[in-house]
Design a protein around this ligand. Sequence first.
Ligand SMILES: Nc1ncnc2c1ncn2[C@@H]1O[C@H](COP(=O)(O)OP(=O)(O)OP(=O)(O)O)[C@@H](O)[C@H]1O
Ligand SMILES: [Mg+2]
Length: 258
Amino acid sequence: MAKRIDVENVNIYYSKFHAVQDVTLTIEPRSCTAFIGSSGCGKSTVLRTLNRMHEVIPGGRVEGKVLLDGQDLYAPGVDPVGVRRSVGMVFQRPNPFPTMTIRDNVAAGLRLNGIKDKKRVDEVVEKSLRGANLWNEVKDRLDKPGAGLSGGQQQRLCIARAIAVEPQVLLMDEPCSALDPISTLAIEDLITELKPKYTIVIVTHNMQQAARVADRTAFFNLEAQGKPGRLIEIDDTTRIFNNPKERATEDYISGRFG
Ligand SMILES: Nc1ncnc2c1ncn2[C@@H]1O[C@H](COP(=O)(O)OP(=O)(O)OP(=O)(O)O)[C@@H](O)[C@H]1O
Ligand SMILES: [Mg+2]
């Protein structure tokens, strides 16, 4: 189920602005990769090219290849909606459908996939909520609105919604930035549990978080405002944090910028 991603010579633009320059990297399946780097270096932009969300932004343009188990997501004829189904995404702010029930929030994508049988839907809802470590907290209130949950519960609901359609890749853009430390640990535990079955990419500003959950870490950097962001290096997380190859990585990790 988990798939490998190869990003090859990718350049990303917002209209004329060249936001990210020439990124080539491999994201291994059944593991978690963290994207780190200072604000504006292009982490979210790169993440959004991995499921063709970048082109939704007016002026958004991608050059290069993104291969999912060898298949180019940008090849002519590839349906971006199908891509987004197999490469799921969880955002910085939990964004459940507020008036929808907890059950319907999780089931939302299933109906689009043609799963309508109530028994089957209920099974998938339970499995996904269990997978997102939320089942015990919500099993008696599945018909209450998603907005009635705490922030951390809402984020786990969004993760349940994302995994309900059985994606091959799960992209998370700072999924814990709006959460308290306990909810953050719950999400980190969840990532650790999901890892063997998925390919997970997480953007984070929290170095400890990257060190805790990520097997590999990619460091992005911006030489100067207005210049494109670049990938400086990607390696095993322990190596990035203890013995990086590049000076810029070392400076960032140890808190010396510029
Ligand atoms: N919708 C947009 N339109 C135009 N430029 C954008 C847009 N979104 C991002 N950018 C620009 O692209 C560059 C990379 O932005 P991006 O959001 O990918 O950075 P980031 O590394 O995720 O930063 P942060 O850590 O603050 O989230 C920045 O210069 C940013 O201003
Ligand atoms: Mg970002």
